[in-house]
Design a protein. Sequence first.
Length: 369
Amino acid sequence: MRIGIITLPLNVNYGGILQAFALQTVLEKLGHKVEVLEEPKIESKTPLIVYIKRILKKCLGKKSIINYDGFMKKWEPIVCTNILLFINSYIKKRIVSFDDLKETEYDAYVVGSDQIWRPKYCTNILHSYLDFTKGWNVKRIAYAASFGINSWSYTDRETEKCRSLIKKFNLVTVRELSAVSLCNEFLGINPINVLDPTFLLDKNEYQTLIANYKVSNSHFIFSYLLDETKEKLDLLKEISKIKELPIHKIKLENDLSKVSVKKLAKLRYPSIQQWLASFAQADFIITDSFHGTVFSIIFNKPFIAIANNGRGITRFHSLLKVFGLENRLIFENQGISKELLSESIDFNVVNTIMNAERNKSYELLKKQF
């Protein structure tokens, strides 16, 4: 069967890339030909007033990028060289306008995972409900689709359209428990709750990817913080002091335009393999990332997850509840207790749950394909 996966664009997002890789890998194991579909980037037209403001800032001696799109088009591929190498090597990506797709090109479409049903992150939310396949004789699957938040953010028109489109799906599974309630209330369906696609592969399969990668010759705490704040960094220092371990950090720039050209010329983000190896080889992990929390669990590492309200805290609550690890989630201003840091996680219980969830997901996919 020819299957097209529709997820969020594979930008500089380690977890987003790996969830697409995992889903593609599993579907290929089931004997199918799989491609990850992505629409061409649409260059937004910058309003004249924005250009004027940028020029004025420049004239006042302040740092300002007048042609932001051109700046990013030049520097992002350079800075992301190592990440793009993984995408080009391991993910069968096809750039195509969804409205140009023909019925005969694919036998099935899988929507998910990641926050593919969150309008804030989707240029056209109706595409995430496969509106372009209307009237086609194809299978439609949602796998671990996520709204990212526990409130409804669709307009009345979007709700009406998506409610109609979702009825055509052969199977709907969602990533968060809260998404089950949202689907019930606003889309009129009762989906199945499953884990993120990254859990479909066990840690041995990820270990194969990183067999030749060594992070450090000594023990360390791995810090992967998407949004650094003074409170989070103070917390990190405190944990490092209590644990008496050095910190190994991977931190991506949230805005490359704020980085000097001199620094950009040398800046290269770590590869997917280096990122994974940091989780696999760490003694302890501190993260405010959803997928950072996921891989802490997959690699059976003690961790603290710091709630990230801006990016969607619902995802953390749902994930940790499945494994009975709710106490590993803290808020950046609450401090940390030595008791929590020394408390061990029973990974025998965690792995039993993980294996059961993985088997459930495999069976769901096998029945459809």
